[in-house]
Design a protein around this ligand. Sequence first.
Ligand code: ADP
Length: 603
Amino acid sequence: MKKSRNKTDLIGLALGLFVAVAFFGSLINQATYGRLFAPKVEASASAVTLTGTGAGMDGDVLVEVVADAEKIYSVRVLDHNETPGIGTVAVEQIPDAIVQANSILVDAVTGATVTADAIKEAVRSALTSGGFDPAVFEVEVQDEGPVQRTPETLKCDVVIVGAGGAGLTAAIQAKQDGADVLVLEKMPMVGGNSLKATGGMNAAGTKFQEALGITDSGVQEFIEDTMNGGHQLNDIELVTAMAEQSSDAVDWLAELGAALPKVAATGGTVHKYLHEPEDGSAVGSFLVEKLNETCEKMDIPILLNTEATELIMDGDAAVGVKAQDKEHDYTIQAKAVILATGGFGANYDMMTQYNPALAGAVTTNHAGATGDGINMAVAVGADTVDMEQIQLHPTVYQKTGLLVSESVRSMGGILVNAEGKRFTNDMSTRDAVSNAELEQTGSYAYIIFDQRIVDDLSSTQKYINSGLTVQADTYEDLAKAMGLEGDAVQNFVATMDTWNAAVASGEDAEFGRNNGMDEDLSTAPYYAIQIAPGIHHTMGGLKINTDSEVLTTQGAAIPGLFAAGEVTGGVHGGNRIGGNAVCDFVVFGRIAGAGAAAYAAGK
Ligand code: ADP
């Protein structure tokens, strides 16, 4: 690897690899990848061992290739820092596929394209370094022709469509309540958008708040902040149910080994509800890993690469789904169905139907966020709500759609514009900050943070490793590294001094920011990332009641049909506050799981 690593880095790397291996190992057990390892083929006498690198999500991917001028005998990934559960799926699948096809032009892994491309690039560079002509290994992989799928019928009490946060939660709860469950996931990995959640989980009245002496951030404040953040468009009954059951949900997670003991403020509120993992890791990968491990321990089957296509109805009741993978056409007969398919933030046709201005915007969403559950339920008479409410997140790195966590600001980071000046209350709601950014020169801004934040927030290391950041030891040099020129350089220095003084006095006279001001930005080196708004969350979706039952356009619950998470609408209204997606999927995932299990038991 090009970058040098210090001791802390190495410990982090070791832990990261451990987590990746443990997490990926748990995925393999449930995967429907088919054969995982290529049969060993003896290399020819002229074969040589070569190494090469390709740029991955988080630094270089290093591969070792054994090849001669005509054949690739083996490919091994020796070192990488790819995202556990996403990039690691490509790390597992692509080397074998390249050897099988004797070609670099194998299909990417859906949802993990960057890592797949990095491995292919690394193999190409290894072959070139050995003096081989890479064109020999760039043969188009033959299409397997029309697929013959075998019809297959599966039976269970509760079928759960989607293995993101909501689906995994619902599956565990339903199984805990005695149901025989089956989970379908159309991607080659679990986790969906939930896996990408960077901040924490909002919850009120928790034992962790109590332990930290936080007494001003209870259920009532949580409801008010969520309603205010959502511009009062939210369904107050759903918000109340979420807030009231949030503390129980935090306890339930802790019992599964997924404690969230750190508590901070989230954007758009002064109250402290945002519950985070102890080690500062991103909440999404932390929870998905724990939930997935729990599913494995509980023998909950998850069929990966299996896409649900339609609901099966018996009269007005949902009694299963049709689904397919590469080899099967499934008819899944169930007593109850839970839709946990997430939102539609990667479906531009659907988004632009509701907001044409989003056509050119970058999205932070994973490729599977295509609104399938909404469409399947609408086809059987379900109602939707707030479909036009699509959230922009203000701190998205535009080249890759990578989201810079809100935690960077809640820990004291600030935003400045191309003139080197702050321009808004950086901790206001996501829509307000996004709109303010769009009014700046070039419609972008920089997020500024310092070494203290890097030390306390491990996710920032990823931004540095992937080359998103510029850094310097003085404010002036940072301004220059950001590309600021002329007056903007001194403006930036003055902005930083003013901000540090505001933190010292506890008062932001310029923009009235009143949270995330515990510490200043005076620990060199200093960092900046150029960011702009990106599509983040589809607040609208299926209309549900507080029992997670899907409602028809006449307001009646569809028997046997439940939904939870981003596939639903109403919880977040016109703007979701950071930390509420996770709370939404845990609370309503549990409600849907329990409701579906109880309904199935009565059948
Ligand atoms: P939530 O936060 O609501 O759980 P996520 O985006 O985290 O939402 O998870 C939704 C999951 O549902 C994703 O993993 C996605 O790939 C999966 N999914 C979406 N549509 C289908 C479908 N038609 N069949 C199976 N899985 C699906």
